[in-house]
Design a protein around this ligand. Structure first.
Ligand code: NDP
Ligand code: GDR
Length: 320
């Protein structure tokens, strides 16, 4: 039985990846950080089937111990401060978690399990103010937030450890991926949650920032399969993962409100509070390398994704 170690198992991607690997027969060990409460909402249905180990991206000893004790075949480094807006308020912490945390994980692997295979959660935010469209593996990076800058560091330190120490280490450059388990502060979930509350008479408006930003939105359940595929190749390499379709925040609103027969213009208000100091205007992936080399294809399209999220939020708010 192969062993997988997942940092960030309590997050959106960690929960889908754990399910995916359990289905494949893996022993799954998830890293959790110390908290006064137990934020295991997304993995509550899995806790009997996985092991949890305590460590923190800020603490080298704890990371090296977890890797040494677990002896994983595969390490998925998903943990990060992942909210772009917060990265302007907490730039140093974002750098510690999202940039240096990657080096700490790579050091833990190099010292305690050098034969393991390592996945780094890189991001389309690294393309930022895009140099070319669509964005592919060779597109130069131009990050636009402290988060994006930290992810560029995490990306290159992964490449550097692969080349310096002959480790099997890869970066998956994933475009936005969403699900009913997406955090409520991200725009897709913020919109679908508000649509459900408005439809049920529990809210009357939705305040958003920039409606013109365009993103390549896919389904998280599809994307964790791409992560796994990247670690099954003969040679380690980096891949762009996305759908190749881009939609604006306005189109997201139209789709989500439209799913419950409401007109978004009657409910959405713009609020300067949600504008960012620097914006990423347009992201759209060229996932052709992943398609040809990994045999990976997204299965859920944008409309189906939005409907899935609206339906889940309606069910959740109705049950309350
Ligand atoms: P989430 O924000 O949902 O999850 C982040 C995870 O990181 C949580 O489990 C959190 O634990 C953990 N974490 C944060 N800080 C620490 C720390 N100091 N020590 C240990 N664990 C920590 O993110 P997603 O699941 O959406 O994303 C997974 C990864 O993929 C992230 O690295 C993100 O930046 C990246 N990414 C995401 C994309 C997306 O569209 N979702 C696209 C491209 C990249 P806790 O529950 O304790 O807070
Ligand atoms: P992003 O996702 O920054 O792309 O990062 P987010 O959903 O936060 O923003 C997407 C776009 O929507 C615009 N927007 C708003 N965003 C939020 N959160 N709230 C609002 O009210 C709002 N109004 C408009 C934003 O300005 C932006 O243009 C996500 C994260 O998961 C990262 O960790 C990941 O690396 C990238 O996706 C790929």
């Amino acid at each position: 039985m192969a062993t997988a170690l997942i940092t960030g198992i309590t997050g959106q991607d960690g929960s889908y990846l754990a399910e995916h690997l359990l289905d494949k027969g893996y022993r799954v060990v998830g890293v959790v950080r110390r908290s006064s409460t137990t934020p295991y909402e997304r993995i509550a249905h899995l806790v009997d089937r996985i092991e949890l180990a305590s460590a923190d991206l800020l603490d080298q000893t704890s990371l090296t111990d977890v890797v040494g004790d677990t002896q994983p075949d595969e390490i998925y480094n998903l943990a990060a401060q992942s909210f772009v807006q917060t990265s302007w308020n907490q730039p140093v912490l974002t750098g510690e978690f999202t940039a240096l945390g990657v080096t700490r994980m790579l050091e833990a692997m190099r010292k305690a399990a050098p034969k393991a295979r390592f996945y780094q959660a890189s991001s389309s935010e690294q393309f930022g103010k895009v140099i070319e469209t669509p964005q592919r593996e060779s597109t130069p990076f131009y990050p636009r937030s402290p988060y994006g800058v930290a992810k560029v560091y995490g990306h290159w330190i992964t490449v550097n450890y692969r080349e310096s120490f002959n480790l099997y280490a890869v970066s998956g450059i994933l475009f936005n991926h969403e699900s009913p388990r997406r955090g409520l502060e991200f725009v897709t979930r913020k919109v679908t949650d508000a649509v459900a509350r408005i439809k049920l008479g529990k809210a009357s408006e939705l305040r958003l920032g920039n409606l013109e930003a365009r993103r390549d939105w896919g389904f998280a359940g599809d994307y964790v399969d791409a992560m796994w595929r990247m670690l099954q190749q003969d040679e380690p390499d980096d891949y762009v993962i996305g759908t190749g379709e881009t939609n604006s925040v306005e189109q997201l609103c139209a789709a989500a409100f439209g799913a419950v027969d409401l007109d978004w213009r009657e409910y959405v208000k713009q609020d300067p509070k949600f504008f960012r100091p620097a914006e990423v205007d347009l992201l759209v992936a060229d996932p052709s390398k992943a398609r040809s080399q990994l045999g990976w294809e997204p299965k859920v399209d944008f409309e189906s994704l939005v409907r899935m999220m609206v339906d889940a939020d309606l069910a959740r708010h109705t049950a309350r």
